[in-house]
Design a protein around this ligand. Structure first.
Ligand code: BV8
Length: 257
């Protein structure tokens, strides 16, 4: 793990607002495959094959089955030390907003107060026609029968509540994410390759608004050239160390005469 600068620790200890943009990398240590790493989800399938409306309408059973599989992986996973560290950061910073591209519900399960889900949540399903929420067991039963899952109320197709390529992000989530990143004193970009837009724009936009931007990732990414600091390491190791250092700094500050 590369070193964490004193600047970042001080900025976080003094911050009123911190925004954290997270991607699949923060959940890798929970056993959930990322998208673009060598053993990632897209290694097996192309996004075009599954994460879009055309693919869904062309073969709803295949797409529903893929998301059901991923939902089961998520349900069996647990938040890891990285998710828990972002919750712990709330003890030292008045406002921490987690702007996540992840659909795995792990930030909610870690107890973070303000989770903004840019790409939806795989534990939720809804009917494409009447938009009623669909219970997961309706999907599971249909898949067991080898038929597309349909809405009990209107017989419309059921889909996962995630944002597919070419689909608009939920306006309310975008509004909240825009506000959180614009007012951030510090933005942490954690576990994202920063290739998917509009989420990938947030580190640069936060910096334009005066935030100190740090990246936590074992590798370089699309935003590495645009951040103030890159910390090379896994989120499950870096974030707990970072939050501990902020806590120590806050105590020192509190003890100052
Ligand atoms: C939209 C679905 C408009 C849910 C996903 C050309 C140029 C630029 C943009 C575009 C373009 N052509 C089209 C676009 C727009 C397109 C886009 O950005 N395409 C990209 C790929 C070129 N965007 C869209 O289509 C978006 N919609 O623009 O709509 C519009 C407006 C109005 C009205 C109508 C339409 C929709 C984007 C959302 C797509 N949905 N997923 C699902 O199935 O899960 S995208 C998918 O990628 C996931 O949501 C994921 O969150 C997202 C980003 O991936 P990452 O999270 O970053 O994951 P990745 O594997 O890439 O990287 C993991 C990182 O973690 C790596 O860096 C790795 O090093 C690191 N890591 C690994 N281990 C660890 C770690 N880090 C820390 N700790 C570790 N232990």
């Amino acid at each position: 793990m590369s070193t964490i600068s004193d600047t970042l620790v001080c900025r976080l200890a003094e911050a009123d607002h911190v925004a954290v943009l997270t991607g699949a990398g923060i959940s890798a240590e929970s056993g959930i495959p990322t998208f673009r790493d060598p053993d990632g989800l897209w290694d097996e399938f192309e996004p075009q094959e599954l994460a879009n409306v055309e693919a869904f309408l062309d073969n709803p059973t295949l797409v529903q089955g893929w998301y059901r599989h991923r939902r089961q992986v998520v349900e069996e996973a647990e938040p890891n030390a990285g998710h828990r560290a972002l919750k712990a950061l709330e003890a030292h910073v008045p406002s921490v907003s987690v702007v996540t591209q992840n659909v795995d519900d792990l930030h909610n399960r870690a107890g973070s107060d303000a989770v903004i889900e840019l790409h939806g949540n795989i534990t939720r399903n809804y009917c494409v026609d009447c938009e009623r929420t669909a219970a997961p067991d309706v999907v599971d039963a249909a898949i067991r029968d080898g038929a597309p899952a349909r809405c009990p109320a209107c017989d419309g197709l059921i889909r996962p509540d995630v944002v597919w390529f070419g689909e608009r992000l939920p306006p309310e989530a975008v509004e909240r994410a825009d506000a959180a990143t614009a007012r951030a004193d510090v933005l942490l970009s954690v576990g994202t390759s920063a290739v998917v837009y509009p989420a990938a724009r947030y580190p640069v936009r936060a910096r334009e608004h005066g935030a100190y931007v740090a990246e936590v990732n074992p590798d370089t990414t699309g935003v590495t050239p645009d951040v103030d600091e890159s910390i090379r390491g896994p989120a499950g190791e870096v974030l707990p160390a970072l939050v501990e250092a902020v806590g120590d700094r806050s105590e020192e500050g509190a003890g100052a005469p």
